[in-house]
Design a protein around this ligand. Structure first.
Ligand SMILES: *Cc1c(COP(=O)(O)O)cnc(C)c1O
Length: 344
């Protein structure tokens, strides 16, 4: 029955593409235990070290005491807890949008937003290096999908000019999850305003890390200074970020205008047809958000470490791609080389 699967797996193995999961026997931290050995970790997205912060662990225990361990139902039934509600308000305030909505994961947030905002008669314009969840979301929506070369805004503009689609949605990683480079957000906002398109910004790797007090890509100096606060307040922006990376916990949220958020509540299938995330996680995230906002030294330390890593890698002769974010691509050759090296 499954012989074809077995054959494909063995081909994958022969090509040196088979991946294995390292089994961690410790918290996510500076050092992690794998197979009884201790390693210095460069492989997590826990950028601020919050996932094992004692205050968050304590609030997880408190949250469990207060709300139990499971939400017990979806948000539109009786699974929407006051902890979810308070976190949504806090996230809206923190990111400067009228409203915010929690999703269980970033993957689900992206499929929910894209399928709720566009359909058959619409068009999506997507950067070629976008995260897989944005690509899948686009396919699921059945809108026409046009992928433009990485960061090629003139190409994007040509497509926007030409399209006859009813509704237009531009989707992009804010910090690209493979190369660590950053999308030119203020130019994208200007383009979207000119052509009446929605801009979905996936700031999975920027939230907590970039901008004033870790408020994300929209609060970086570049975006704040280019047009004053215009970028921030563009009604065309739908902002999405995850809570399992720098925020150290789990989940994701979308922040946008009231109309967009209400549309998501009413129609996004990955919001409606799934159990709400455990309220204790939202309870912990309120604490995490306060630390992100208050403890700027975590970001300062992170960027010192990024610079130190870049310098050391460069002086040891490795080739890096230009990136000023915690994602530091090291060029090592082909796909097989990458798998071989990462398998240690
Ligand atoms: C990690 C990531 C996601 C998915 O978020 P999860 O909460 O882990 O599902 C989405 N987009 C980008 C760019 C990511 O890096």
């Amino acid at each position: 029955m499954f012989s074809d699967l077995a054959e494909q797996l063995s081909i994958r193995e022969r090509q040196g593409l088979k991946r294995h999961r390292a089994i961690l026997d410790s918290k996510q931290s500076r050092y992690v235990d794998i197979d009884g050995c201790e390693y210095l970790s460069f492989g997590s997205n826990d950028y601020l070290g919050l996932s094992s912060h004692p205050a968050l662990i304590q609030s997880a225990c408190q949250g469990a005491q207060r709300y139990g361990v499971g939400a017990g139902a979806s948000h539109l039934l009786y699974g929407h807890n006051i902890a979810h509600h308070e976190l949504e308000h806090a996230l809206a305030r923190f990111t400067g949008f009228p409203r915010a909505l929690l999703f269980s994961t970033g993957y689900m947030a992206n499929t929910g937003v894209v399928t709720a905002l566009v359909g058959r008669h619409d068009a999506i314009f997507a950067d070629k290096l976008n995260h897989a969840s944005l690509n899948d979301a686009a396919i699921l929506s059945r809108a026409q999908l046009i992928r433009y070369p990485h960061l090629d805004l003139p190409a994007l503009e040509r497509h926007l000019k030409k399209t006859k689609a009813r509704r237009k949605l531009v989707i992009t990683d804010a910090v690209f999850s493979m190369d660590g480079d950053i999308a030119p957000v203020s130019n994208l906002v200007a383009l979207c305003e000119r052509y009446n398109a929605i801009l979905l910004l996936d700031d999975a790797h920027g939230f907590g890390v970039l901008g004033e007090e870790g408020r994300g890509i929209l609060f970086t100096e570049n975006n704040l200074s280019v047009c004053g606060s215009k970028v921030l307040h563009s009604p065309n922006i739908v902002y999405m970020a995850t809570l399992g990376k720098a925020a150290g916990v789990f989940g994701a949220f979308v922040a946008a205008s009231s109309e967009v958020i209400e549309t998501l509540i009413q129609t996004a299938k990955s919001y409606i047809y799934t159990t709400a995330s455990p309220p204790l996680l939202s309870y912990v995230l309120l604490c995490s958000l306060a630390l992100i906002e208050r403890e700027s030294w975590r970001r300062e330390h992170l960027f010192r470490l990024i610079n130190q890593l870049k310098q050391k890698l460069e002086t040891s002769g490795l080739r890096l791609l230009p990136s000023n974010t915690p994602i530091q691509p090291v060029l090592v050759g082909g796909v097989q080389d990458v798998v071989r090296i990462s398998e240690g």
